[in-house]
Design a protein around this ligand. Structure first.
Ligand SMILES: Cc1ncc(C[n+]2csc(CCOP(=O)(O)OP(=O)(O)O)c2C)c(N)n1
Ligand SMILES: [Mg+2]
Length: 535
């Protein structure tokens, strides 16, 4: 039996079934039929201030929920604006479906007004750039969902001509049902003879976003405890081992990174657990042997590995726990001493009596309730927050390290607050990234989100300024024009406050996580000396 429906209702229905609650986008004539189809039973359309932010919102929603994120734009100027966030999700290995309209199919081959070849535009920054046609829509939607979510996940772009949305589709032959959208649950493939972990005396675990996707927290903690292995995590795997765990050993390539690289260099084996090369900032220069454990083979070859275990990361870690002996390799005192050295590294350059970047992170962490989702933007503040923020569970810290595009932090926090009602959300962003996305605050205000936005106001694009200084160049184009951030926030429907000391910040935060219906924006006037000392 076949049922008649339109391409637009078919697509909206598939998204609902895939657990998508929001489509983040910006309207245009070409997509109003889809927006109308989604209006009734959802997913709900959230209008961002610009498409670039909509794509980051979709990425943030996917990161915190584990489900595919969806963003929507019109043709041409809309789709080109969407590009950055789509590339971001792809490089961050986050499942994302980006949908853009296109002129009517009859005129697409010759019209010039607002027409770009979106297939070519998105091909290099997606796993798949496809288009919906009525005859194959049912299959192509499933293909898009499965491609975006299959390991390693990433972005899929879909072009839909204006007239196509309203056309009837025949849903037949087992269509209409979403395919599996998660990593395989139990398979394991072994490459190389023996697990080198049995013989290792100073092994270290290096966990990443793949461990989060496979839900590997319990297996990771058990393996670490049983074999006495310190656990380093990539920035996008933060929280996969609770950072108050005695075997937690820090975040790779965030502030204080040399202490972590020294630990990895001194180890006699690195056991990766869903660690992905996109979680690196510095090149891999150490020669410690690696046992590669991931959902995919070691095709990047950023590090050589003679043994690979591929499949579900959780299953691989349980297998290793059962087959690696019970002899603790590191004592808890040794791991604690390492953590103390790491803490000293991210505190280095602390200036008493000033508002240091580390103060901002630790002060907010101290008052943020358990379960708070924290998003960071990109710059010096990200490196500090990535290390100094204590993550207690996976998907609570949203950081981009693939494309590492400024403009991610605020939209991602808005999406987290929308996707997880009742869950506190805080965004830590630089004044440069804030300037790029500040008007999105009106979206947070529109929905009455109790979001806390902390702007690290140092008057500079600090990360780039430090680089200019190191090269001995005069500072050029790296200052950030001072704005009255609280006044700007209030004009966008938020509360705003400026602080210049840790005590002032504590006061501003005193009711920040209480029941509120307006976002709170805190301009934290920091002294960036700590960044310079650590560069
Ligand atoms: C979209 C984009 N443009 C440029 C860069 C390069 N970049 C990396 S960090 C940085 C400085 C960010 O400044 P700010 O937001 O003030 O954060 P801070 O470094 O001062 O903490 C820049 C320009 C980038 N990552 N993304
Ligand atoms: Mg700055």
């Amino acid at each position: 039996m076949t049922t008649e429906r339109t391409v637009a209702t078919l697509l909206a229905g598939y998204l609902r079934q895939a657990g998508v609650t929001h489509v983040f986008g910006y309207p245009g004539e070409s997509v109003v039929d889809f927006m109308e189809a989604a209006r009734g039973d959802g997913p709900a359309m959230v209008a961002a201030v610009r498409e670039a932010s909509a794509a980051f919102m979709a990425e943030g929603a996917a990161m915190c929920t584990g489900r595919i994120g969806v963003c929507l734009s019109t043709l041409g100027p809309g789709s080109t604006a969407l590009l950055n966030g789509v590339a971001s999700a792809n490089l961050d290995r986050v499942p994302l479906l980006a949908i853009s309209g296109q002129v009517d199919s009859a005129s697409e081959q010759y019209r010039t007004h607002q027409v770009v070849d979106q297939g070519q535009l998105f091909a290099p920054v997606t796993k798949l750039a496809t288009r919906l046609e009525p005859a194959s829509a049912d299959t192509v939607i499933r293909k898009a969902l499965r491609t975006a979510t299959a390991e390693r996940p990433g972005a899929v772009h879909m072009t839909v001509a204006t007239d196509t949305f309203g056309m009837s589709v025949a849903d037949s032959g087992g269509g209409g049902k979403v395919p599996p959208l998660a990593p395989a649950t139990a398979t394991l493939d072994f490459y190389g003879d023996e697990s080198p972990l049995r013989a290792a005396r100073r092994p270290v675990l290096l966990a990443g976003a793949g461990a989060v996707r496979c839900g590997a927290s319990a297996a990771l903690a058990t393996l670490a405890e049983q074999t006495g292995m310190p656990v380093v995590v990539g920035a996008m795997g933060k929280g996969v081992l609770s950072e108050d765990h005695p075997y937690f050993a820090g975040v790779l390539d965030m502030t204080g990174h040399q202490v972590i690289w020294d630990l990895l260099e001194r180890a006699d084996l690195i056991v990766t657990a869903g660690f992905d090369a996109v979680e690196l900032i510095t090149p891999w220069q150490i020669t410690t042997p690696v046992l590669h454990v991931d959902t995919t083979p070691n095709t990047d070859q950023v590090y050589p590995a003679r043994t690979e275990i591929t499949g579900n990361v959780t299953a691989a870690l349980w297998w290793l726990a059962a087959n690696s002996g019970y002899q603790p390799r590191w004592s808890l005192d040794e791991v604690a001493a390492h953590r103390a050295a790491l803490r000293a590294a991210w505190q280095a350059g602390y200036v008493s009596g000033r508002l240091n970047p580390s103060d901002v992170v630790t002060t907010v962490r101290a008052v943020a309730p358990a379960g708070t989702v924290m998003t960071a933007d990109v710059g010096s503040h990200k490196l500090m927050a990535g290390q100094a923020w204590t993550s207690l569970a996976p998907r609570e810290t949203l950081i981009t390290n693939g494309l590492s595009a400024m403009g991610f932090g605020l939209p991602a926090a808005i999406a987290a607050a929308l996707s997880l009602p009742g869950v506190p959300a805080v965004s830590m962003i630089g004044d440069g990234g804030f300037a790029m996305t500040a008007t999105e605050l009106s979206v947070a205000a529109r929905y009455g989100l109790p979001l806390v936005v902390v702007v690290f106001a140092d008057g500079s694009l600090n990360r780039i300024e430090l680089h200019q200084q190191q090269l001995g160049y005069p500072l050029t184009a790296t200052s950030v024009d001072r704005t009255d951030i609280p006044a700007l926030a209030e004009s966008l429907g938020c509360d705003g406050v400026r602080v210049e000391s840790a005590a002032g910040l504590e006061k501003a935060l005193s009711s920040a996580f209480a029941a509120r219906t307006r976002p709170l924006v805190i301009e934290a006037r920091i002294d960036p000396a700590q960044y310079s000392a650590q560069y």
